[in-house]
Design a protein around this ligand. Structure first.
Ligand code: MG
Length: 379
């Protein structure tokens, strides 16, 4: 069980919920990192007294140094600061809740430093999963999933003879709509998620189902199964967080209220369980649990993710880079909702495949995919 923790991406949705769990379980917070939200991180520093804080944005780091001049806290700054913090921290577990491919180097640094990794940054596995899993295996370190579906699967894995992993998807706010009906969707429409409260990129990714595609790839790496063994089922109520079906057709499901704090808590207390920080599930108050096939025509980024993992190499990294860029353009009002999916598909499929890529190859594919998306969107 975790005694001391470092939280990377502490000002985001998962980061703040992780701090809430630490406070309730009396886990010491040794280090925090953020991008540039120094007002929030200052409050966190005053509440949790970490020894180390990393701020990616240099100017924001200087601002923070002034704000906390009365405190004994070491501030690291720059793009590599979160990875350095993962290394330098005295934490036994690092929660990586950084958003986007920016979380990849901190993931590698955590594992190389021999620390347990509680992973909320799915891009680490989407972009460079084979290498990340190899780093963990070499050191016999568990990767503790914080993504709710993967936490559920992790909790349901009781044996080796897995037939199918059923990833549940809420379907997002546009479930049941045709492509035509989705043309006029605005950022405000896409940011209204029916069941989960999350950051803006992942909320848009849930609306396009790109998020579920990333999670398929994440599951393939985390649990060592084939893409064909990972199936998606739309479950609107977000009560079953995923399921594991064994060769004897027994299906294990993990159920709870949709609240990320349970996922963070289990990652931090594993292999133990601790008293609940979330309210109980009231079974008799549920009106029913429903299941539907996902619609690959209205949501083409889900089948695209299967294609990307089949192509392998840098293809999933290019898909992620294209998506990060396209989501930013959509949120900035530069492209429409269906154009977002079209651009990500087009750019992903145009990238050359490359077997056994290095970290440099992956980061290069990410940059190239972003450049292509910008060029195509703004031309
Ligand atoms: Mg998830």
């Amino acid at each position: 069980m975790t005694k001391t923790v470092a939280i990377l991406g502490s000002t985001g949705s998962v980061g703040t919920q992780a701090l809430d769990v630490c406070r309730r379980l009396s886990i010491r917070v040794d280090a925090l990192s953020c991008g540039r939200d120094v007002a929030t991180v200052e409050k966190q520093i005053r509440a949790f007294s970490p020894r180390l804080v990393a701020v990616a944005d240099e100017a924001a780091a200087k601002d923070l140094a002034l704000r906390v001049a009365d405190l004994k806290v070491k501030i690291l700054s720059g793009r590599e600061a979160a990875a350095r913090l993962a290394e330098e921290s005295e934490a036994d577990t690092v929660v990586n809740a950084v958003s986007g491919i920016a979380g990849l180097r901190p993931t590698l640094a955590t594992l190389k430093a021999g620390k347990r990794l509680a992973l909320a940054n799915k891009e680490s596995l989407v972009t460079y999963g084979t290498a990340v899993m190899e780093e963990a295996r070499k050191r016999s370190l568990p990767i503790l999933p914080v993504d709710s579906e993967h936490s559920a699967i992790f909790q349901c894995l009781t044996g080796q003879k897995v037939k199918t992993i059923w990833l549940t998807a809420s379907g997002g706010p546009f479930f049941g709509k045709s492509r035509e009906e989705m043309k006029g969707i605005t950022p405000a429409d896409a940011l209204a998620h029916p069941t989960w409260n999350m950051g803006s990129r992942i909320t848009v990714d849930s609306a396009t189902m790109m998020n579920k595609g990333f999670e398929v790839i994440e599951a393939v790496h985390l649990f060592g199964v084939t893409p064909e063994q990972v199936k998606v089922v739309v479950h609107r109520e977000s009560i079953i967080h995923s399921m594991v079906e064994y060769i004897d057709n027994a299906v294990m499901a993990q159920m709870s209220r949709p609240d990320m704090r349970l996922c963070v808590q289990y990652a931090l207390t594993y292999p133990e369980r601790a008293e609940a920080v979330i309210p109980p599930l009231e079974l008799t108050a549920l009106s029913g649990l429903t299941f539907h096939e996902p619609d690959g025509e209205s949501f083409p980024l889900l089948p695209l993710a299967y294609e990307a993992i089949h192509r392998g190499g840098v293809c999933p990294a290019a898909m992620n880079g294209a998506d990060e860029e396209a989501v930013a353009l959509f949120l900035g009002g530069r492209i429409g909702f269906t154009a977002l999916s079209d651009l990500v598909s087009e750019v992903t499929l145009s990238m050359p495949s490359m077997p056994s890529p290095t970290l440099t190859d992956v980061e290069e594919a990410d940059r190239e995919a972003r450049r292509l998306v910008r060029d195509k969107a703004l031309s």
